[in-house]
Design a protein around this ligand. Structure first.
Ligand code: NAD
Ligand code: FE2
Length: 395
């Protein structure tokens, strides 16, 4: 797409971000005319809040904190409407994927007008054409990679979750501040790590994969798998080991899936978030081992996953390598307390409802990216296998 020339994200990695550095960043974006706003959620985050307090002493900064997990169109439109007459020309998202996606949504509306809902779905009534507002994204979770992707994920007024993608939604600047993720609690460390790992793996089992995306995704999958256990242990013991690595690994995975799109794990995850409000990373982790097994039917995917496994395990035989990789994923899920069954999620799902709920995922373009073709029969069997499944039986 030619719009790709509009922006390519400059990535900065830093242990700390000061108010003076924020001033310089917005000056690089819009010079003396810079008029920034910050989009975030209302949960306290000491390092971010201290920086914003200092920044407010240098200049008045509009701060909107109406972001909630799995962001809704109406909340984003409320924030965009508040900013409409304020001549904002730099939008800064600070937070997890929900805050970064909300910042993208606000920037879309400030640049293109209309209602965010009009841009969603297979046949949108409005198209994104402008990137007039500069976008700076600063993640505080190590998972979504949204700081380097051209997509945002939004829940429409009808309750359906949509991916909206356009090169104009790509950030101008991504700042990876390690201080912001050093206290990420265990449950969030676990779920967001699995989101990032799903991005890397979904880039590998993807019909749009290229030699370039294979390289990035292999590197990020290996890097994440080498560091996620240490990061989780750090979250339990208050240490910092593995934190910077996860922040950068998640960003790397984002660069990969920004080219290919995601696949079946993500298409199915949206149903869990729509129906039961399951956090995104947990919803991705839920079917990761099942979709892994399904995609072993595709020869190219097997070759790619063997490459990942070779970097982690000292084995020769391909089947041994693949089962070691799958077992590593399963044992990390267990260690992190992530769900394997509907019982683990405290959801009662009658078999008779599977088709009605999950066949919607077949219309999702992400499903068509999956390297093995997914049919309604496959979905039925996969979901059925997770009803009443016992955690010990997952191997
Ligand atoms: N745009 C993309 O490329 C992309 C990719 C994957 C997922 N997503 C979307 O991102 C959203 C999920 O984002 P997420 O998993 O990062 O979580 P999130 O932004 O939904 O936040 C979840 C919770 O974590 C808290 N939190 C964030 N940072 C914290 C920190 N450092 N310490 C303590 N608490 C913190 C938040 O306050 C919130 O309560 C979903 O809507 C998902 O669909 C977008
Ligand atoms: Fe994701």
């Amino acid at each position: 797409m030619l719009e790709q020339v509009i922006t390519s994200t400059k990535i900065i990695v830093t242990p700390h971000l000061s108010a003076e550095e924020m001033e310089r960043l917005i000056f690089y974006c819009k010079g003396e005319e810079a008029n920034p706003c910050v989009i975030m959620d209302n949960h306290p985050l000491d390092a971010r809040d201290a920086m914003l307090n200092e920044w407010q002493k240098i200049r008045p900064v509009e701060i909107l904190n109406n972001v909630f997990p799995n962001p809704k169109v109406e909340d984003i439109m409320d924030m965009a409407n508040t900013l409409q007459d304020k001549k904002i020309n730099v939008v800064i998202g600070i937070g997890g994927g929900s805050s970064l996606d909300s910042a993208k949504g606000v920037a879309v509306i400030l640049s293109n007008g209309g209602d965010l809902e009009e841009y969603l779905g297979a046949t949108p009534s409005k198209k994104i054409e402008q990137h007039n507002v500069q976008l700076i994204l600063i993640p505080t979770t190590a998972g979504t990679g949204s700081e380097v992707t051209k997509v945002g994920v939004y829940t429409s007024r009808s309750g359906r979750k949509y991916t909206l993608g356009h090169p104009c939604m790509q950030a101008d600047i991504a700042v990876l501040v390690t201080e912001y993720v050093k206290n990420l609690p265990p449950a969030l460390t676990a779920s967001t790590a699995f989101d990032a790992l799903s991005h890397a793996l979904e880039t590998l089992w993807n019909r749009n994969a290229t030699p370039l995306t294979d390289k990035i995704a292999t590197e990020s999958a290996v890097y994440l798998l080498k560091n996620m256990e240490a990061a989780y242990e750090s979250s339990l013991s208050g240490k910092e080991t593995g934190r910077t690595e996860m922040l950068q690994g998640a960003c790397m995975a984002g660069i990969g899936f920004n080219i290919t799109g995601t696949a079946a794990v993500h298409a199915l995850s949206f149903i869990f978030s729509e129906e039961w409000d399951i956090p995104h990373g947990i919803a991705c982790a839920f079917t990761l081992e099942d979709v892994f097994r399904l995609n072993l039917r595709d020869e190219k995917t097997r070759v790619r996953l063997v490459e990942v496994a070779k970097r982690l395990f000292d084995k020769e035989n391909e089947d041994d390598l693949l089962s070691s990789l799958l077992n590593r994923i399963i044992s990390l899920k267990k260690k992190f307390g992530l769900p394997f069954s509907f019982r683990d999620l405290n959801i009662e799902l009658p078999e008779t409802k599977i088709g009605e709920l999950f066949n919607k995922s077949l219309e999702d373009p992400k499903m068509k990216n999956n390297s093995t073709e997914i049919t309604s029969r496959i979905i039925f069997d996969l979901i059925k296998s997770k009803i009443n499944k016992n955690i010990e039986s997952c191997r």
